[in-house]
Design a protein around this ligand. Structure first.
Ligand SMILES: Nc1ncnc2c1ncn2[C@@H]1O[C@H](COP(=O)(O)OP(=O)(O)OP(=O)(O)O)[C@@H](O)[C@H]1O
Length: 241
């Protein structure tokens, strides 16, 4: 792996909530243009890892290098401009704003207004149900539509790295499959890199290239998604099935 292949390098990342350690010496390398699944039980620290990467949680130690440059302390609008997008658990759609207004928020930090408008059109092409509900308020949408909207808003910023937290939460299997297929399509056509936190292990492994398993704030294994999917012993040891 050359330095150019690596979009995200995390070394010795440590974070606490109060006195409770939540991330302990996390090391992680993500190659550009891949989907990496972050798996593990409730409370393992997956969400906190994403929140730390996107600057919402301040780490107490370690370093994060993104596209060859240190990330810690970089203001959020610069992170967005540098191509990082975070879709939080619970989706973060603004309930009072319309679909269109929510999507335009995704382009807020972009300097190239022309391309932001083009990206908006592309998102409507990608998510037909959103195009039909442009004027509907966020709170009027179904769970699946809200997830599409959160994803769409992130895509309007034309991210290079998408931090995606539990996109399958509360969705029907058919919708989950559509979202996973979309991630694969974006990876293959635009070279998007995705860090995918998922409780739905089977769905995540169906689309991921790499898999890391977290337990009690640490990464306990990092391997190819194929290996974790096919190796029963490994699955038993780290995922309990
Ligand atoms: N804002 C917070 N304040 C205090 N403790 C927190 C906070 N958020 C999470 N925690 C605790 O930190 C630990 C890690 O939580 P985190 O949400 O990162 O785990 P997770 O692996 O994403 O789990 P889940 O799948 O349930 O979201 C848990 O013990 C959780 O209770």
């Amino acid at each position: 792996m050359t330095a150019d292949d690596v979009i995200l390098q995390v070394k010795g990342l440590t974070a606490e909530y109060g006195a409770a350690p939540v991330l302990q010496e996390v090391d992680l390398t993500v190659r550009a243009g891949t989907i990496a699944a972050v798996l593990g039980a409730n409370g393992a620290g997956k969400t906190t890892l994403l929140r730390t990467l996107s600057g919402l949680v301040k780490p107490s130690g370690g370093e994060i290098v993104y596209s060859g440059q240190p990330l810690l302390g970089v203001p959020v609008e610069q992170l967005v401009r540098r191509g990082m997008a975070h879709v939080p658990e619970g989706r973060g759609v603004v309930a009072e704003l319309t679909v269109d207004e929510n999507l335009r928020l995704g382009g807020l930090w972009r300097r190239d207004r022309g391309d932001a408008a083009k990206a908006l059109t592309e998102v409507y092409e990608l998510f037909e149900p959103l195009a039909q509900r442009r004027r509907s308020a966020g709170h009027q949408l179904s769970g699946g539509e809200r997830q599409m909207l959160a994803l769409g808003r992130a895509l309007v910023a034309r991210p290079k790295l998408l931090l995606l937290d539990e996109p399958s939460l509360g969705l029907a299997p058919r919708v989950i499959a559509q979202i996973m297929a979309l991630l694969r399509q974006l990876r293959d056509t635009t070279g998007l890199t995705v860090l995918l936190v998922e409780q739905n292990v089977r769905s995540a492994l169906s689309v991921a290239d790499e898999a890391v398993v977290m337990s009690l704030g640490r990464i306990v294994t990092a391997t190819s998604a194929d290996r974790l999917r096919d190796d029963e012993e490994l699955r038993h040891a780290y995922l309990g099935f």
